[in-house]
Design a protein around this ligand. Structure first.
Ligand code: HXC
Ligand code: NAP
Length: 302
């Protein structure tokens, strides 16, 4: 398997925060930044998860990786985290990766269900970006933001409407602040991944693949609908996240780059095919998602 395209000291001397870096894609990107010399911070609500990941990534990369318990929905908690991080030195990079999502017919959503997603993805991502941005501007410190979006920001997300609306908001935040903060030396770009199977996403978006034991394989429904006939491989995402974070593309800002095997161009890359499901299918899906959420909620309260 091909790994890095970059020299091993690419991020030496850089300090990068990855939100939601305890699991999934955030963990992958944090690992790659640490491997290429950065000092890395990761945050998430489950303190035990971020601490365990930080310890593993520190050891694997002989790097400094710090896990911080923080709920990005809470502005004061975000500010406290940023104060702690910046007291140790200014950040150079921020990856807005933390998110929540589940598939559901929109008619079945309550206002609470909408807020459960929008409070993380839309509000929380802004709170983190603002807390970092105002510190960078005050210190006249050059910096770089990457937000992890979806291709739904271009064509909509049927059955994932709160996520699609929130990610679209962060897409336009990326473009707006790219212009507003360019004079301060702050770049903002975004990545729109196609299917990169993770436990967190598949439990809530493709629970059928988990139950069938096909997650990530060519039989996974996400692979079958893809023009390349496969899901994404983590090193592909890691490389793009490093390219965008590096100083070598300093003139690149305000862009959202899809990495999806062409899925969005070929068929929209969203969940429109779920329109064929009936009431019993949706009840089944909801109960599978509920057991995953119940387990995670317990982990957040211990
Ligand atoms: C309809 C639902 C529902 C479902 C919950 N709700 N699940 N409604 N269908 N399947 C409703 C509940 O009834 C409740 O409303 C409200 O949502 C909140 O429910 P909780 O059970 O309290 O939810 P909570 O524990 O907050 O969990 C939801 C969550 C959680 C915030 C999304 O799962 C979470 O923290 N996830 C983080 C990890 C994650 O989601 N990762 C996947 C990211 S993947 P009422 O009115 O009853 O109170 C991604 C894109 C992937 O973003 C793209 C792939 C191509
Ligand atoms: P994941 O493993 O569930 O990652 C989500 C992370 O966000 C978790 O570590 C979670 O940790 C953290 N998080 C959620 N709410 C938070 C909050 N309020 N405060 C702080 N941290 C919070 O799922 P993933 O697949 O890696 O997703 C990562 C990103 O990629 C998301 O932005 C997602 O939308 C995007 N994405 C993924 C795919 C894919 O195929 N996997 C495709 C397109 C886009 P805690 O629960 O401990 O807080």
């Amino acid at each position: 398997m091909q790994t890095s395209m970059f020299r091993s000291d690419l991020f030496k001397g850089k300090r990068i925060l990855v939100t939601g870096g305890g699991t999934g894609l955030g963990r992958e990107m944090a690992d790659e930044y640490a491997r290429l010399g950065a000092e890395v911070y990761i945050c998430g609500r489950r303190g035990a998860v971020v601490e365990e990941t930080a310890a593993e990534l520190s050891k694997a990369n002989n790097a400094k990786v710090t896990g911080l318990a923080c709920d990005i929905r809470v502005p004061d908690a975000v500010d406290d985290m940023m104060t702690r991080v910046f007291n140790e030195g200014p950040l150079d990079g921020l990856v807005n990766n933390a998110a929540g999502n589940f598939i559901s017919r929109t008619k079945d959503l309550s206002p609470n269900a909408f807020n459960a997603i929008a409070n993380i993805v839309f509000h929380g991502t802004f709170y983190v970006t603002l807390a970092a941005g105002k510190r960078w501007i005050a210190a006249d410190h050059k910096a770089n933001v990457i937000s992890i979006l979806t291709t739904w920001v271009w064509n909509g997300g049927p059955f994932t409407v709160p996520s699609a609306m929130s990610k679209a908001g962060i897409n336009i935040m990326t473009k707006s602040l790219a212009a507003e903060w360019a004079p301060h030396g702050i770049r903002l770009n975004a990545i729109a991944p196609g299917p990169f199977p993770t436990k967190g996403a598949w439990e809530r978006l493709n629970p059928g693949s988990i139950r069938a034991g096909t997650m990530g394989s060519q039989e996974d429904s996400s692979a079958q609908g893809n023009p390349m006939g496969r899901v994404g491989q983590m090193h592909e995402l890691r490389n793009l996240a490093c390219f965008l974070m590096s100083d070598g593309c300093d003139y690149l800002t305000g862009e959202t780059i899809a990495i999806d095997g062409g899925a969005y161009l070929a068929g929209g890359g969203n969940f429109s095919a779920l329109a064929k499901l009936g009431d019993a299918d949706w009840e089944n899906i909801r109960s599978m998602i509920k057991s995953a959420n119940d387990k995670d909620r317990v982990a957040r309260t211990v």
